[in-house]
Design a protein around this ligand. Structure first.
Ligand code: C2O
Ligand code: CU
Ligand code: CU
Length: 552
């Protein structure tokens, strides 16, 4: 068996936070043998579930152009229930596009949809003109070429549509996919790397389905407060997901591509797994965990050892807090108890067991600047401001209640909510019938530093090459804060040390109350195509919790 060598740093930090349950390998062994005794008593059960498919892996070499075709498709989330979806290249979502560090690849977005679309490379460090985030949208039938000069460490990134006011719906419909960066030094680490065998991409989302198997969601205006959370977890577009795994260490690339849910991940048998990478790439030192939260937009790479059998990956309920003055309301999740995200069927294969545990080290972290106090600071206050009676807000957070279209119209001047739901809903494969919603009150205002997103307005100007400290503040609730065009390092959370899983290179971080991040801006973005910072809770993003910045 593989013993987990806990690094001293991870052990100390983990114990301090009470996060690593198996503090010693002996404890882990003990727990596992107990698990074995239990399972020996019961008759061996076949693992039931729906085998997931992995996205097609597409390598785009230097000088090559790959066509990313946004188009309608048919897909069955539930067995035997095919429904209309959107995606890139004929299925739900798109291929996993692999780019090599040190090369320049061209990706061409081809729009075969009946509405404008664009694409943003989330986590890829490219100039503003190719970042796609503020691209107004490629007209139906037209295309857009992005020249991507890849120069960053190996990482699991993603791409998705980013038309303002439509992102919630577009990602729900399927306009998203994985983007991988490879580099030579990572290839030498001997990590599990056979796509679909021991290197498994798992895109996690949550959905509600109607009787025909169509994913449905309430109108945007009804979910602006806390976002929509679905009662069914899907992995790579499959409900009750199952993956075959070999009985050896496997690398899971996890992406949270849901709109609002924070997945609260752990294995059913509480086994220890090894966090080897976060948004921006591999960690300098892997970290052993038994629990990992993953908020909307975040990625994590973990190693899990199936040598002694499989255990399902679980998520706990995502209850969320709303703070209003002295009143703190805990809003329940539609999931009231832990559910299985995916079950694994572990089978022996002939491949020799690699032992990547100790060697899964990424590049060393750049040392912190010595004079942090001298750095330029900016502060971003992310606000959810109630516009009506207090408890209307809580009601609006529940999936079965919310603002009516009538309410949405009255408050349609705010953000693009009304625009989306009234103007385009019929074209969407998954909009829920609006009649299901009772009047509960007006939608909240979503702002950063007192204003909602305005296309064309530049909110911040950063000097190229600058290193700054950005302080993110979340008075009402936790927000997954995301930045285009740069990666960052979390310096502090809520005034204390960063959480274990937030110590690596990041582009998205769940800010529960406040966080300080250290950002170096190395790519340029001009006024005509600025970068964005925003909440990655998609309803908040669409509702206006977003700003622009130039780097020049
Ligand atoms: Cu994943 Cu601005 O986005
Ligand atoms: Cu992004
Ligand atoms: Cu938010």
């Amino acid at each position: 068996m593989t013993d987990f060598m806990l690094s001293r740093r991870a052990l100390l930090a983990g114990t301090a936070l009470g996060l690593v349950a198996a503090a010693t390998p002996a404890a882990a062994r003990e727990r596992r043998s107990q698990g074995k005794k239990r399972s020996m008593a019961a008759a061996p059960e076949a693992v039931k579930g729906n085998q997931i498919a992995y996205p097609r892996l597409v390598e785009v070499g230097p000088g090559e152009t790959f066509d990313l075709v946004a188009e309608p498709a048919t897909h069955a989330f539930l067995p035997g229930k095919p429904v209309p979806v959107l995606g890139y290249g004929g299925g739900y979502m798109g291929p996993a596009i692999r780019l090599k560090r040190g090369t320049t690849a061209e990706l061409r977005l081809v729009n075969r949809l009946d509405r404008p679309t664009n694409v943003h490379w989330h986590g890829l460090l490219v100039e503003g003109e190719f970042d796609g985030g503020t691209h107004p949208g490629v007209a139906p039938g037209a295309d857009w070429r992005a020249r991507l000069r890849v120069d960053q460490p190996a990482a699991t990134l993603w791409y998705h549509a980013h038309v303002h006011g439509q992102t919630t719906r577009d990602i729900h419909d399927g306009l998203a996919g994985l983007l991988l960066v490879d580099d030579a030094s990572t290839a030498a680490l001997g990590l599990p790397s056979t796509w679909g065998v021991d290197d498994l991409a798992l895109v996690l989302q949550d959905r509600d389905f109607d009787a025909t198997g169509r994913p449905v969601r309430p109108p945007l205006a009804a979910t602006l407060g806390h976002g929509f959370r679905g009662a069914t977890v899907i992995v790579n577009g499959t409900a009750e997901a199952l993956a075959k795994v070999p009985t050896r260490p496997v690398r899971l690339r996890l992406l949270n591509a849901s709109g609002a849910r924070t997945f609260r991940l752990y294995f059913e048998d509480q086994r220890t797994f090894r966090l080897i990478g976060t948004d921006g790439g591999l960690l300098p030192e892997p970290i052993d965990l038994t629990y990992l939260p993953l908020s909307a937009g975040e990625r994590a790479e973990i190693l899990v050892d199936f040598a002694e059998g499989a255990s399902p990956l679980m998520t706990g309920p995502d209850e969320h807090e709303h703070r209003s003055g002295a009143t703190v309301t805990t809003l329940p999740d539609v999931l009231t108890q832990p559910v299985r995200v995916i079950v694994f069927d572990a089978q022996k294969d002939s491949h020799p067991a690699a032992t990547p545990w100790a060697t899964a080290k990424g590049p060393a972290q750049v040392p912190l600047p010595t004079a942090l106090a001298d750095l330029k600071r900016r502060r971003f206050e992310l606000r959810v401001i109630e516009t009506g009676p207090g408890d209307a807000f809580a009601a609006a957070a529940m999936p079965t209640a919310g603002a009516t279209d009538h309410a949405a119209m009255h408050h349609g001047g705010h953000g693009a909510a009304a625009h989306e739901e009234m103007g385009h809903a019929p074209a969407s494969p998954g909009s829920m019938a609006h009649s299901a919603h009772d009047a509960a009150g007006p939608a909240p205002r979503l702002e950063i530093n007192g204003r909602a997103f305005a296309p064309g307005r530049i909110d911040e100007r950063v000097a190229i090459g600058a290193t700054e400290i950005w302080e993110i503040v979340s008075p009402e609730m936790a927000h997954p804060f995301h930045l285009h065009g740069a990666h960052f390092r979390v310096l502090s959370e809520d005034g204390g040390r960063p959480k274990l899983w937030n110590v690596g290179a990041k582009d998205t971080v769940l800010v529960e109350n406040s966080a300080e991040i250290l950002v170096t801006f190395a790519r340029r973005a001009g006024e005509d195509a600025p970068y964005l910072y925003h909440c990655h809770l998609l309803e908040h993003e669409d509702g206006g919790m977003m700003g622009t910045f130039t780097v020049s």
